[in-house]
Design a protein around this ligand. Sequence first.
Ligand SMILES: Nc1ncnc2c1ncn2[C@@H]1O[C@H](COP(=O)(O)OP(=O)(O)OP(=O)(O)O)[C@@H](O)[C@H]1O
Length: 262
Amino acid sequence: MTARVEVEHVGVDLGGKRVVHDVSFTVEPGAVVGVVGPNGSGKSTLLRAVIGILTPATGSVRVDGRDVAKTKPRDRASVLAAVLQDTTGDFDLTVDDVVMMGRACYKKPFEADDARDRTAVADALAAVGAADLAARRFAFLSGGERQRVLIARAIAQQPRVLVMDEPTNHLDLRHQFDVLALPRALGITAVIALHDLNLAAHYCDEIHVLHHGRQSRSGPPGYVLDPAVLADVYGVAAAVAPHPVTGRPHITIDPGGRVYEG
Ligand SMILES: Nc1ncnc2c1ncn2[C@@H]1O[C@H](COP(=O)(O)OP(=O)(O)OP(=O)(O)O)[C@@H](O)[C@H]1O
């Protein structure tokens, strides 16, 4: 199951200040969309509005036509799952227990886990290559192992939309690729905040660039990842050329600031 996400004129206030201004885009069912931008540009705030834990000051987020801000948290959880940046890592639980938390939206309080829950948990752990961690204590995992377990928890929720904020943090190269390939492999609509523009170029159908809380450019990677945009938004000199293997845009940054040609 997958869903269409419509972000319409979303503005978000934090601490009495507007930090996201008038952002609009649609994510087609099954599409993978990237949100990129410098530190403090509003990516996490926008993602929190998408999943409904922040209520937009303007506009709305709709999933299959239903306003997320007006949907009860329990109903939201069976549609939207999130992997956010600041999830505490101090659960005194096993990995199995942590991933089982993703099943809570399907159960009454204190209802026992059933075979379907256990299958969903095992499948989710296998999907992130963490089946061997199931019996380990979450608190004693490495940063990358924890991150994969938190992604497994979101997948065990069997959402129609997966929202991930910098999911590749802590992950080695192989796991970065595997995690970003997951939404498409599972057929889940995804909205992903990313710092690595080359990963965004490779995995995203569309990219939305935020700059000072505003949407500065949106569209397919080849349109968005333009040297002039990178210079304007990030203040870096960059060359963009087709990746030799995939043909997707590939960015090379000049750390010295020299502007490449071609
Ligand atoms: N509770 C808050 N009150 C006031 N301002 C806030 C609050 N939380 C975040 N901000 C500000 O909102 C802006 C957007 O922050 P946000 O975390 O969404 O950016 P980001 O693009 O995700 O950044 P990063 O790449 O560093 O994670 C920043 O200027 C930040 O300082």
